[in-house]
Unconditional design. Sequence first.
Length: 417
Amino acid sequence: MTETVEESTASAEDLRTAMTDQLVRAGTIRSKEVEAAFLAVARHDFAPDAPLVEAYAAHEAVRTKRDEYGIAISSVSAPDIQAMMLEQAQAQVGMRVGEVGSGGYNAALLAEIVGPEGSVVTIDIDSYVTDRARTLLDATGYGRVEVFLADAEHGLPDHGTVDRLMVTVGAWDIPPAWTDQLAEDGRLIVPLRMRGLTRSVAFDRDGDRLVSRSAEVCGFVTMQGEGEHAERLLLIRGKEIALRFDDGWPVDPEALNGVFDTERVEKWSGVSVARTEPFTGLQMWLATALDGFCLMAVDADLDTGLAAPQNKQSNLALLDGDSFAYLTIRRDGDRAEFGVHGYGPHAEQVAEALAEQIRTWDRDHRRDEPVIYAYPISTPETDLPTGRVITKRHRRIVISWPHEGQADHRTTNDKEN
Protein backbone atom coordinates (compact mmCIF):
# COMPACT_ATOMS: atom_id res chain seq x y z
CA MET A 1 0.00 0.00 0.00
CA THR A 2 1.36 3.41 -0.89
CA GLU A 3 1.14 6.43 1.35
CA THR A 4 -0.88 8.30 -1.26
CA VAL A 5 -3.87 5.96 -0.99
CA GLU A 6 -6.29 6.56 1.89
CA GLU A 7 -7.47 3.05 2.72
CA SER A 8 -10.87 4.09 4.05
CA THR A 9 -11.87 5.95 0.89
CA ALA A 10 -9.78 4.30 -1.84
CA SER A 11 -11.55 2.73 -4.77
CA ALA A 12 -10.79 -0.80 -5.95
CA GLU A 13 -8.90 0.66 -8.90
CA ASP A 14 -6.78 2.84 -6.61
CA LEU A 15 -5.96 -0.11 -4.39
CA ARG A 16 -5.16 -2.35 -7.36
CA THR A 17 -2.80 0.24 -8.78
CA ALA A 18 -1.13 0.75 -5.39
CA MET A 19 -0.70 -3.01 -4.89
CA THR A 20 0.81 -3.43 -8.34
CA ASP A 21 3.15 -0.47 -7.87
CA GLN A 22 4.29 -1.93 -4.55
CA LEU A 23 5.13 -5.27 -6.19
CA VAL A 24 6.98 -3.50 -9.01
CA ARG A 25 9.06 -1.45 -6.57
CA ALA A 26 9.90 -4.56 -4.59
CA GLY A 27 11.13 -6.28 -7.75
CA THR A 28 8.53 -9.06 -7.45
CA ILE A 29 6.90 -7.93 -10.68
CA ARG A 30 9.65 -7.54 -13.28
CA SER A 31 7.90 -7.84 -16.64
CA LYS A 32 5.43 -5.57 -18.40
CA GLU A 33 3.22 -8.59 -19.13
CA VAL A 34 2.72 -9.48 -15.47
CA GLU A 35 2.31 -5.83 -14.50
CA ALA A 36 -0.38 -5.34 -17.13
CA ALA A 37 -2.22 -8.45 -15.95
CA PHE A 38 -2.25 -7.27 -12.33
CA LEU A 39 -3.60 -3.89 -13.39
CA ALA A 40 -6.27 -5.46 -15.59
CA VAL A 41 -7.78 -8.12 -13.32
CA ALA A 42 -10.03 -6.99 -10.46
CA ARG A 43 -8.75 -9.14 -7.59
CA HIS A 44 -11.60 -8.16 -5.26
CA ASP A 45 -14.08 -9.79 -7.63
CA PHE A 46 -12.44 -13.13 -6.80
CA ALA A 47 -12.57 -12.43 -3.05
CA PRO A 48 -16.03 -10.89 -2.73
CA ASP A 49 -16.35 -11.61 1.00
CA ALA A 50 -13.13 -9.81 1.91
CA PRO A 51 -12.90 -6.06 2.55
CA LEU A 52 -11.27 -4.21 -0.35
CA VAL A 53 -8.15 -3.40 1.63
CA GLU A 54 -7.65 -7.08 2.51
CA ALA A 55 -8.28 -8.19 -1.05
CA TYR A 56 -5.48 -5.91 -2.27
CA ALA A 57 -2.97 -6.53 0.55
CA ALA A 58 0.20 -7.41 -1.36
CA HIS A 59 1.45 -10.04 1.06
CA GLU A 60 -1.77 -11.62 2.32
CA ALA A 61 -3.78 -14.57 1.05
CA VAL A 62 -7.57 -14.55 1.27
CA ARG A 63 -8.95 -17.78 2.72
CA THR A 64 -12.00 -19.02 0.82
CA LYS A 65 -12.63 -22.43 2.45
CA ARG A 66 -11.63 -24.11 5.71
CA ASP A 67 -11.98 -27.69 6.93
CA GLU A 68 -13.78 -28.80 10.09
CA TYR A 69 -10.70 -27.91 12.16
CA GLY A 70 -10.53 -24.36 10.82
CA ILE A 71 -7.49 -25.08 8.64
CA ALA A 72 -7.50 -23.30 5.27
CA ILE A 73 -7.85 -25.77 2.41
CA SER A 74 -8.47 -23.24 -0.36
CA SER A 75 -7.48 -19.61 -0.79
CA VAL A 76 -6.70 -16.82 -3.18
CA SER A 77 -2.92 -16.79 -2.81
CA ALA A 78 -1.08 -13.66 -1.75
CA PRO A 79 -0.39 -11.30 -4.68
CA ASP A 80 3.37 -11.36 -4.12
CA ILE A 81 3.43 -15.17 -4.38
CA GLN A 82 1.27 -15.14 -7.51
CA ALA A 83 3.45 -12.48 -9.13
CA MET A 84 6.60 -14.42 -8.25
CA MET A 85 5.27 -17.61 -9.86
CA LEU A 86 4.00 -15.78 -12.94
CA GLU A 87 7.48 -14.31 -13.41
CA GLN A 88 8.93 -17.80 -13.01
CA ALA A 89 6.53 -19.09 -15.66
CA GLN A 90 7.43 -16.49 -18.30
CA ALA A 91 4.25 -17.29 -20.21
CA GLN A 92 3.82 -15.56 -23.55
CA VAL A 93 0.96 -14.56 -25.85
CA GLY A 94 -0.53 -17.56 -27.58
CA MET A 95 0.70 -20.19 -25.13
CA ARG A 96 -1.38 -23.06 -23.80
CA VAL A 97 -1.34 -22.99 -20.00
CA GLY A 98 -2.61 -25.44 -17.39
CA GLU A 99 -3.24 -24.67 -13.73
CA VAL A 100 -3.55 -27.15 -10.86
CA GLY A 101 -5.56 -25.66 -8.00
CA SER A 102 -8.41 -23.38 -8.97
CA GLY A 103 -9.42 -20.10 -7.43
CA GLY A 104 -10.21 -18.07 -10.50
CA TYR A 105 -7.96 -15.05 -9.98
CA ASN A 106 -4.67 -16.65 -11.01
CA ALA A 107 -6.34 -18.21 -14.05
CA ALA A 108 -7.63 -14.77 -15.02
CA LEU A 109 -4.10 -13.34 -14.72
CA LEU A 110 -2.81 -16.12 -16.96
CA ALA A 111 -5.60 -15.48 -19.46
CA GLU A 112 -4.57 -11.82 -19.64
CA ILE A 113 -0.95 -12.80 -20.30
CA VAL A 114 -1.56 -15.43 -23.01
CA GLY A 115 -4.38 -13.40 -24.60
CA PRO A 116 -7.28 -14.67 -26.73
CA GLU A 117 -4.76 -16.46 -28.97
CA GLY A 118 -3.74 -18.68 -26.05
CA SER A 119 -5.70 -20.94 -23.74
CA VAL A 120 -5.97 -21.56 -20.01
CA VAL A 121 -7.38 -24.65 -18.31
CA THR A 122 -7.64 -24.96 -14.53
CA ILE A 123 -8.51 -28.02 -12.43
CA ASP A 124 -9.29 -28.73 -8.78
CA ILE A 125 -10.39 -31.79 -6.81
CA ASP A 126 -13.03 -29.86 -4.84
CA SER A 127 -16.36 -29.17 -6.56
CA TYR A 128 -16.97 -26.17 -4.29
CA VAL A 129 -13.74 -24.62 -5.59
CA THR A 130 -14.39 -25.37 -9.27
CA ASP A 131 -18.02 -24.18 -9.09
CA ARG A 132 -16.87 -20.99 -7.42
CA ALA A 133 -14.09 -20.45 -9.96
CA ARG A 134 -16.46 -21.05 -12.89
CA THR A 135 -19.00 -18.58 -11.53
CA LEU A 136 -16.43 -15.86 -10.84
CA LEU A 137 -14.58 -16.29 -14.14
CA ASP A 138 -17.83 -16.04 -16.09
CA ALA A 139 -18.93 -12.98 -14.10
CA THR A 140 -15.64 -11.16 -14.73
CA GLY A 141 -15.36 -11.77 -18.47
CA TYR A 142 -12.98 -14.74 -18.43
CA GLY A 143 -15.41 -17.34 -19.68
CA ARG A 144 -12.79 -18.62 -22.12
CA VAL A 145 -10.89 -20.22 -19.20
CA GLU A 146 -11.79 -23.92 -19.01
CA VAL A 147 -12.53 -25.28 -15.53
CA PHE A 148 -12.54 -29.00 -14.69
CA LEU A 149 -13.26 -31.04 -11.58
CA ALA A 150 -10.42 -33.59 -11.44
CA ASP A 151 -7.68 -35.11 -9.29
CA ALA A 152 -4.44 -33.48 -10.43
CA GLU A 153 -2.56 -36.76 -9.95
CA HIS A 154 -3.95 -37.76 -13.36
CA GLY A 155 -3.24 -34.50 -15.16
CA LEU A 156 -5.46 -32.21 -17.20
CA PRO A 157 -8.50 -34.01 -18.63
CA ASP A 158 -8.79 -34.08 -22.44
CA HIS A 159 -6.40 -31.20 -23.03
CA GLY A 160 -3.34 -32.48 -24.86
CA THR A 161 -0.03 -30.76 -24.15
CA VAL A 162 0.60 -27.38 -22.53
CA ASP A 163 3.51 -24.94 -22.76
CA ARG A 164 3.28 -24.04 -19.10
CA LEU A 165 1.83 -25.95 -16.15
CA MET A 166 1.47 -23.95 -12.94
CA VAL A 167 0.68 -25.78 -9.70
CA THR A 168 -0.83 -23.55 -7.02
CA VAL A 169 -1.06 -26.10 -4.21
CA GLY A 170 1.76 -27.60 -2.18
CA ALA A 171 2.99 -30.81 -3.83
CA TRP A 172 5.09 -33.58 -2.31
CA ASP A 173 5.76 -35.29 -5.65
CA ILE A 174 5.57 -34.74 -9.41
CA PRO A 175 3.24 -37.28 -11.02
CA PRO A 176 4.09 -38.54 -14.54
CA ALA A 177 0.92 -36.98 -15.99
CA TRP A 178 2.32 -33.50 -15.39
CA THR A 179 5.36 -34.05 -17.57
CA ASP A 180 3.53 -36.27 -20.07
CA GLN A 181 1.30 -33.27 -20.85
CA LEU A 182 4.17 -30.78 -20.91
CA ALA A 183 5.48 -29.69 -24.32
CA GLU A 184 9.06 -30.69 -25.14
CA ASP A 185 10.27 -27.17 -24.33
CA GLY A 186 7.63 -26.63 -21.64
CA ARG A 187 7.98 -25.37 -18.09
CA LEU A 188 6.46 -26.66 -14.85
CA ILE A 189 6.14 -24.31 -11.88
CA VAL A 190 5.41 -26.26 -8.69
CA PRO A 191 5.60 -25.58 -4.92
CA LEU A 192 7.58 -28.75 -4.20
CA ARG A 193 8.20 -30.06 -0.70
CA MET A 194 11.69 -31.45 -0.18
CA ARG A 195 12.70 -32.71 3.27
CA GLY A 196 10.02 -30.48 4.77
CA LEU A 197 11.04 -27.31 2.93
CA THR A 198 8.77 -25.94 0.20
CA ARG A 199 10.15 -24.08 -2.80
CA SER A 200 8.34 -22.82 -5.88
CA VAL A 201 10.53 -24.49 -8.48
CA ALA A 202 10.46 -23.51 -12.14
CA PHE A 203 11.44 -26.71 -13.95
CA ASP A 204 12.24 -26.84 -17.67
CA ARG A 205 11.66 -30.15 -19.41
CA ASP A 206 14.85 -31.79 -20.67
CA GLY A 207 13.89 -35.11 -22.22
CA ASP A 208 12.56 -37.34 -19.46
CA ARG A 209 14.00 -35.22 -16.68
CA LEU A 210 13.22 -31.77 -15.26
CA VAL A 211 15.90 -29.16 -14.50
CA SER A 212 15.29 -26.17 -12.24
CA ARG A 213 15.77 -22.59 -13.48
CA SER A 214 14.77 -20.92 -10.23
CA ALA A 215 13.50 -21.87 -6.77
CA GLU A 216 11.73 -19.44 -4.46
CA VAL A 217 10.46 -19.75 -0.89
CA CYS A 218 6.69 -20.07 -0.68
CA GLY A 219 3.85 -21.61 1.28
CA PHE A 220 0.64 -23.18 -0.02
CA VAL A 221 -2.25 -25.29 1.19
CA THR A 222 -1.32 -28.91 0.57
CA MET A 223 -2.38 -31.22 -2.23
CA GLN A 224 -5.47 -33.36 -1.73
CA GLY A 225 -6.39 -36.61 -3.43
CA GLU A 226 -3.98 -39.33 -4.54
CA GLY A 227 -1.02 -36.96 -4.39
CA GLU A 228 -1.58 -36.08 -0.73
CA HIS A 229 1.32 -36.84 1.62
CA ALA A 230 1.24 -35.90 5.28
CA GLU A 231 4.22 -35.09 7.46
CA ARG A 232 4.73 -37.19 10.58
CA LEU A 233 5.12 -35.62 14.01
CA LEU A 234 7.24 -36.90 16.86
CA LEU A 235 5.99 -35.28 20.07
CA ILE A 236 8.51 -34.73 22.85
CA ARG A 237 8.07 -33.11 26.25
CA GLY A 238 4.35 -33.84 26.17
CA LYS A 239 2.95 -31.94 23.23
CA GLU A 240 4.95 -28.76 23.73
CA ILE A 241 7.62 -29.60 21.15
CA ALA A 242 7.28 -31.59 17.94
CA LEU A 243 9.81 -32.80 15.42
CA ARG A 244 8.38 -32.88 11.89
CA PHE A 245 9.53 -35.46 9.37
CA ASP A 246 8.85 -35.54 5.66
CA ASP A 247 11.03 -38.64 5.51
CA GLY A 248 13.60 -40.40 7.67
CA TRP A 249 11.41 -41.38 10.63
CA PRO A 250 13.76 -42.25 13.52
CA VAL A 251 14.58 -45.92 14.06
CA ASP A 252 13.87 -45.62 17.80
CA PRO A 253 11.66 -42.61 18.53
CA GLU A 254 11.44 -43.63 22.19
CA ALA A 255 15.14 -42.83 22.53
CA LEU A 256 14.26 -39.14 22.85
CA ASN A 257 12.15 -39.66 25.95
CA GLY A 258 13.41 -37.25 28.61
CA VAL A 259 15.90 -35.62 26.26
CA PHE A 260 15.10 -32.17 27.66
CA ASP A 261 16.06 -33.36 31.12
CA THR A 262 19.68 -33.36 30.00
CA GLU A 263 21.93 -30.32 30.22
CA ARG A 264 21.77 -28.01 27.22
CA VAL A 265 24.89 -27.65 25.10
CA GLU A 266 25.41 -24.36 23.22
CA LYS A 267 27.59 -23.89 20.15
CA TRP A 268 28.05 -20.63 18.27
CA SER A 269 29.05 -20.77 14.63
CA GLY A 270 30.64 -17.37 14.15
CA VAL A 271 28.37 -16.98 11.08
CA SER A 272 25.98 -14.03 11.05
CA VAL A 273 23.49 -12.28 8.81
CA ALA A 274 22.02 -8.80 8.77
CA ARG A 275 18.53 -8.61 10.26
CA THR A 276 16.89 -8.14 6.86
CA GLU A 277 19.16 -10.56 5.01
CA PRO A 278 17.44 -13.78 3.84
CA PHE A 279 19.12 -17.07 4.64
CA THR A 280 16.98 -19.49 2.67
CA GLY A 281 20.10 -20.93 1.11
CA LEU A 282 21.25 -22.05 4.55
CA GLN A 283 17.95 -23.84 5.07
CA MET A 284 18.32 -25.77 1.83
CA TRP A 285 21.99 -26.49 2.46
CA LEU A 286 21.28 -28.04 5.87
CA ALA A 287 18.43 -30.09 4.39
CA THR A 288 20.88 -31.31 1.77
CA ALA A 289 23.93 -31.92 3.92
CA LEU A 290 22.48 -33.54 7.05
CA ASP A 291 21.15 -37.11 7.12
CA GLY A 292 19.09 -36.52 10.27
CA PHE A 293 17.59 -33.21 9.13
CA CYS A 294 14.07 -32.43 10.36
CA LEU A 295 11.97 -29.45 11.41
CA MET A 296 11.06 -28.49 14.94
CA ALA A 297 7.94 -26.68 16.12
CA VAL A 298 6.90 -25.32 19.53
CA ASP A 299 3.19 -25.21 20.40
CA ALA A 300 2.44 -21.56 21.17
CA ASP A 301 -0.26 -22.49 23.71
CA LEU A 302 2.03 -24.89 25.61
CA ASP A 303 5.31 -23.00 25.28
CA THR A 304 7.18 -22.91 28.61
CA GLY A 305 10.15 -21.05 27.16
CA LEU A 306 12.46 -24.03 27.59
CA ALA A 307 13.37 -24.12 23.89
CA ALA A 308 14.64 -21.00 22.12
CA PRO A 309 14.68 -21.84 18.42
CA GLN A 310 15.25 -19.29 15.68
CA ASN A 311 11.68 -19.92 14.45
CA LYS A 312 9.17 -21.52 16.81
CA GLN A 313 6.78 -22.52 14.03
CA SER A 314 9.24 -24.23 11.71
CA ASN A 315 12.85 -24.46 12.81
CA LEU A 316 15.82 -26.36 11.40
CA ALA A 317 16.95 -29.30 13.52
CA LEU A 318 19.19 -32.37 13.46
CA LEU A 319 18.30 -35.71 15.02
CA ASP A 320 20.88 -38.39 15.76
CA GLY A 321 19.58 -41.35 17.74
CA ASP A 322 19.05 -40.30 21.35
CA SER A 323 20.20 -36.70 20.85
CA PHE A 324 19.19 -33.70 18.78
CA ALA A 325 20.09 -30.09 18.14
CA TYR A 326 18.30 -27.09 16.71
CA LEU A 327 19.15 -23.73 15.15
CA THR A 328 19.05 -20.62 17.33
CA ILE A 329 20.28 -17.04 17.02
CA ARG A 330 21.65 -14.24 19.17
CA ARG A 331 21.39 -10.62 18.14
CA ASP A 332 24.18 -8.08 18.18
CA GLY A 333 23.07 -4.69 16.87
CA ASP A 334 21.81 -5.07 13.33
CA ARG A 335 23.20 -8.59 12.91
CA ALA A 336 22.25 -12.03 14.19
CA GLU A 337 24.67 -14.91 14.74
CA PHE A 338 23.62 -18.50 14.13
CA GLY A 339 24.06 -20.90 16.99
CA VAL A 340 22.97 -24.37 18.05
CA HIS A 341 21.34 -25.78 21.18
CA GLY A 342 21.88 -29.50 21.70
CA TYR A 343 20.25 -32.01 24.05
CA GLY A 344 20.79 -35.66 24.89
CA PRO A 345 23.68 -37.96 25.78
CA HIS A 346 25.55 -36.97 22.62
CA ALA A 347 24.49 -33.32 22.56
CA GLU A 348 28.07 -32.12 22.13
CA GLN A 349 28.62 -34.11 18.95
CA VAL A 350 25.25 -33.44 17.30
CA ALA A 351 25.41 -29.71 18.11
CA GLU A 352 28.90 -29.45 16.65
CA ALA A 353 27.81 -31.33 13.51
CA LEU A 354 25.03 -28.80 12.92
CA ALA A 355 27.28 -25.83 13.70
CA GLU A 356 29.96 -27.11 11.33
CA GLN A 357 27.50 -27.34 8.44
CA ILE A 358 26.49 -23.72 9.09
CA ARG A 359 30.16 -22.79 8.72
CA THR A 360 30.45 -24.92 5.57
CA TRP A 361 27.52 -23.08 4.01
CA ASP A 362 29.10 -19.73 4.90
CA ARG A 363 32.48 -20.74 3.51
CA ASP A 364 31.49 -22.64 0.36
CA HIS A 365 27.86 -21.93 -0.61
CA ARG A 366 26.65 -18.62 0.83
CA ARG A 367 26.32 -17.08 -2.63
CA ASP A 368 25.21 -20.27 -4.35
CA GLU A 369 21.86 -21.70 -5.29
CA PRO A 370 21.46 -25.42 -5.94
CA VAL A 371 20.15 -26.94 -9.15
CA ILE A 372 17.18 -29.21 -8.51
CA TYR A 373 16.57 -32.15 -10.84
CA ALA A 374 13.53 -34.41 -11.09
CA TYR A 375 14.12 -37.82 -12.69
CA PRO A 376 11.71 -40.70 -13.30
CA ILE A 377 11.62 -43.11 -10.37
CA SER A 378 13.14 -45.84 -12.56
CA THR A 379 16.36 -43.89 -13.10
CA PRO A 380 19.36 -45.88 -11.77
CA GLU A 381 21.47 -44.26 -9.08
CA THR A 382 24.48 -44.30 -11.41
CA ASP A 383 22.65 -42.08 -13.93
CA LEU A 384 21.90 -39.33 -11.41
CA PRO A 385 24.02 -36.21 -10.94
CA THR A 386 25.91 -35.69 -7.71
CA GLY A 387 23.77 -34.38 -4.88
CA ARG A 388 21.24 -35.24 -2.21
CA VAL A 389 18.87 -37.82 -3.67
CA ILE A 390 15.28 -37.83 -2.39
CA THR A 391 13.33 -40.82 -3.61
CA LYS A 392 9.60 -40.19 -3.78
CA ARG A 393 6.76 -42.22 -5.27
CA HIS A 394 7.12 -41.02 -8.86
CA ARG A 395 10.39 -39.09 -8.91
CA ARG A 396 13.94 -39.07 -7.75
CA ILE A 397 14.68 -35.49 -6.77
CA VAL A 398 18.35 -34.48 -6.74
CA ILE A 399 19.53 -31.29 -5.05
CA SER A 400 22.96 -30.47 -6.46
CA TRP A 401 25.20 -27.62 -5.32
CA PRO A 402 28.10 -26.02 -7.20
CA HIS A 403 31.43 -27.78 -6.46
CA GLU A 404 29.43 -30.73 -5.14
CA GLY A 405 32.13 -33.05 -6.40
CA GLN A 406 34.25 -31.94 -3.45
CA ALA A 407 31.67 -33.38 -1.05
CA ASP A 408 29.62 -36.06 -2.77
CA HIS A 409 26.32 -36.72 -1.01
CA ARG A 410 24.99 -39.07 -3.65
CA THR A 411 25.65 -42.11 -1.48
CA THR A 412 22.85 -40.92 0.81
CA ASN A 413 19.45 -41.67 -0.65
CA ASP A 414 16.44 -40.43 1.31
CA LYS A 415 13.46 -42.60 0.59
CA GLU A 416 10.21 -40.80 1.32
CA ASN A 417 7.29 -43.01 2.24
